[in-house]
Ligand binder design. Structure first.
Ligand SMILES: [Zn+2]
Length: 343
């Protein structure tokens, strides 16, 4: 999607180790990521004599080095008093355990994000479960793709420093005081189970995590642990909820790409993008198809092996949404393959 209509008022982007002031007492830092999406934005909020950090980067030696240089540089040697994570994906929570132990402070996070993270991290070292293999075979994966999945299984935990063994729970509507200002928790769903956004009316800022991104669409996927889930319905409901609760005048601080204005326009674009995808899918399912057969209807670029899990999860999110809307039906054939067709 083109970010048409959005504006990016800050003008410059911090290099690793640098910071750009997004608002009084709010610093924008960037941590490197070892993938095509090569960065994550994290935020340091001045909080008396210490910092409250929002998100932490993935566990890599490069991220640790970037934090080390930030501590003595742009963070002026002041300690971290609290770590807040928007959600449990490794690029956000990966260094939370390292930071909280180093500064002997607490992790603040929603309960479902904390518990889901512990659950997924515990997969590291386990055999790939039969449920997961059945799930991906049903989507149409061939045996080479299944073997590749088996080899990669458990990778989640490898990108996360051991999580803190306790946490401080945040829930929807909570008000947190940071540096004398009130930040309100706005929970979103669909990309992850209980994703935290933070809205500060006084500064007209919203830290949006992966719930609202300016240039890319967040992954909304079905995973083998809950094959019948309808995360796209959650996602679309959250788009409406954020639009109702957060005014359009905020500067949005997203986890990827640059801080932007025009939140409500972006939310409308995202809603339209998914609804159009659902419409194309409904058309395509006049003849029965497997999940892997709808990739070219849904995605503009070809899906290679490295994107297969994401693409399958996202295709299933749209297919399950149409099933829940009673517009598509699914039949499982004698080989365990799921075929979808318009109802
Ligand atoms: Zn994420």
């Amino acid at each position: 999607m083109t970010p048409e209509g959005l504006s990016y008022p800050l003008g410059r982007t911090p290099s690793p180790g640098e910071a750009v002031q997004a608002a009084p007492g709010v610093l924008w830092l960037r941590m490197p990521l070892p993938m095509t999406l090569n960065h994550i934005n994290v935020w340091a909020l001045a909080d008396g004599e210490s910092w409250t950090l929002v998100d932490t980067g993935m566990q890599t030696t490069e991220t640790a080095a970037a934090w080390q240089s930030a501590f003595s540089g742009v963070l002026c040697g002041r300690p971290v008093g609290r770590v807040i994570c928007t959600h449990m994906h490794p690029d956000h929570i990966g260094m939370a355990g390292w930071l909280t132990r180093r500064f002997d402070c607490q992790l603040w996070i929603t309960r479902l994000e904390y518990i889901t993270c512990r659950m997924l991290a515990a997969d590291t070292g386990r055999e790939p479960p039969a449920d997961a293999l059945r799930f991906y075979r049903a989507a149409g994966w061939n045996e080479a793709a299944i073997e590749d999945y088996k080899a990669r299984f458990g990778g989640f935990g490898k990108h996360i420093y051991a999580l803190p063994d306790s946490f401080r729970r945040l829930t929807d509507g909570d008000e947190i005081e940071i540096g004398g200002r009130t930040w309100r928790a706005v929970i979103g769903r669909g990309h992850s189970p209980e994703h935290l956004c933070l809205h500060c009316p006084e500064l007209a800022l919203m830290i949006s995590g992966d719930q609202v991104l300016p240039r890319i669409t967040s992954n909304v996927s079905v995973f083998p642990t809950e094959p019948e889930a309808d995360p796209l319905a959650d996602w679309l409901a959250s788009i409406g909820d954020v639009a109702r609760r957060v005014p359009d005048d905020v500067l949005v601080l997203p986890s990827h790409n640059e801080p932007f204005k025009d939140l409500h326009a972006r939310l409308s674009q995202l809603d339209a993008w998914h609804e159009e995808g659902l419409g194309r899918l409904r058309e395509a399912l006049r003849s029965p198809k497997r999940a892997i057969d709808v990739f070219d209807v849904m995605f503009r670029r070809p899906v290679g092996p490295s994107l297969l899990t994401f693409a399958t999860g996202e295709a299933l999110a749209h297919l399950n949404c149409l099933i829940h809307r009673r517009q598509v039906v699914r039949e499982i054939d004698a080989d365990g393959i799921a075929w979808y067709r318009a109802a």
